[in-house]
Write a protein that binds this ligand. Structure first.
Ligand code: GTP
Ligand code: MG
Length: 368
């Protein structure tokens, strides 16, 4: 593959080679002026230092796949769904009910653990549910530019109606351009008033289809497992309208849904694959970390060897714990993965240093 020496790169950026070498050294990369950087890595380094590189892909995306996917490479992918709603309106209950109902009806294995995302099947079609702890995670991911959700399920308790966080959820979904399906929950309760909920939602432009609008609303009970299948059907219908597609035949790209440090296994990250197929053994970069996928498992704790578009998988083999919302990218080359991660660490450190020096300066002024 094409390479560029540290010296040549520094020259092209118009900075001293020694400065570049020093930056690399700070991170433990002992390189000489003649060290050959992978060309793609060099381009990223240049761009991260604020240099425009002409006629070259500077984006990880573009390294990853230089041309946009041709229409014939795209196949249907499952919808990715997030459940939102006011406190206590039954988000967790609904997620659990859907999952349990599906596991009992579906494959053996049962629910073994929580991985932050799971998928269910209806008539041979999959739906991926993200178990984000409320709006914060959704908002945090959006703030970081991650678009992971195709459809929002807005849970509104029929005995409580539209509340502040219902409103927030509607606003977030609208801002993100994500369609909403309303699940009017707790209809088993004697004081449930589903009609009132529909009435209240009209204020937000959500008009039930049975009232002549175009908002899908399903009356459910998580507790009594009422109309859950109907809700899943509505999700699939919405997905059909959206024509969700992705190319499975390339290196994977996805988003971190959650991650933690596990005592025995090291960093463990739940990745939602969005494009391509993630395979055991793949090299990858996630934020400032790199790694090689040592093993993957699904939400049932079963080992999987590959995961295609819209599939959530737990991955081990990363060098550190990434943040929710970080972009995950597979790469062919280990060296490239390590270099990109290292360069990002350098950049992050420099940004932190810059921040600190600014604070110090402000503090100085305050003292005067
Ligand atoms: P937070 O995570 O705290 O925001 O709450 P949540 O939206 O996840 O609600 P959760 O699922 O914890 O449910 C809140 C309460 O409502 C619990 O006591 C549930 O048992 C109850 N509940 C949830 N769904 C139903 C339902 O369909 N019918 C009835 N009767 N109770 C329900
Ligand atoms: Mg909950």
């Amino acid at each position: 593959t094409e390479t560029i020496s540290v010296g040549e790169l520094a020259k092209r950026m118009g900075i001293k080679a020694t400065d570049l070498i020093k930056s690399l050294m700070k991170m433990g990369m002992m390189v000489t002026i003649n060290h050959a950087l992978d060309f793609d890595t060099a381009v990223i380094l240049a761009s991260e230092y604020g240099y425009e590189v002409e006629n070259v892909a500077v984006d990880l995306d573009e390294i990853h796949e230089s041309a946009p996917d041709a229409p014939e490479t795209l196949i249907k992918r499952p919808p990715v769904v997030t459940i939102m709603g006011h406190v206590d309106h039954g988000k967790t209950s609904l997620l659990d009910a859907i999952r349990e109902a599906n596991v009992i009806a579906g494959e053996a294995g049962g629910i073994t653990q929580h991985i932050g995302a799971y998928d269910v099947e209806l008539d041979g079609r999959k739906i991926t549910f993200l178990d984000t702890p409320g709006h914060e995670a959704f908002t945090a991911m959006r703030a970081r530019g991650a678009k992971v959700t195709d459809i929002v399920i807005l849970v509104v308790a029929a005995d409580d109606g539209v509340m502040p966080q219902t409103r927030e959820a509607i606003n977030h979904s609208k801002a993100a351009g994500v369609p909403i399906i309303v699940a009017i929950n707790k209809i088993d309760k004697p004081d449930a008033r589903a009609e009132r909920v529909k009435q209240e939602l009209m204020e937000f432009g959500l008009v039930a289809s049975e009232w002549g609008g175009d908002a899908t609303m399903v009356e459910v009970s998580a507790k009594k497992r009422l109309n859950l299948e109907e809700l899943l059907e509505m999700i699939l219908l919405q997905a059909d309208v959206m024509e969700l597609k992705a190319n499975p035949d390339k290196l994977a790209k996805g988003t971190i849904v959650e991650a933690k440090l596990d005592r025995g296994r090291g960093p463990v990250a739940t990745v939602l694959v969005q494009e391509g197929t993630l395979k055991t053994g793949d090299f990858c970069v996630v934020g400032i970390h790199s790694g090689r996928v040592r093993a993957m498992q699904n939400d049932r704790g079963e080992k999987v060897l590959e995961a295609g578009p819209s599939r959530p998988v737990e991955v081990i083999g990363l060098s550190g714990v990434p943040d929710a919302g970080d972009v995950f990218v597979s790469l062919k080359d280990e060296k490239q993965a390590k270099e990109i991660a290292t360069l990002r660490q350098i950049k992050q450190r420099e940004a932190e240093l810059a921040k600190h020096s600014k604070i110090t300066l402000e503090d100085l002024y305050k003292q005067i």
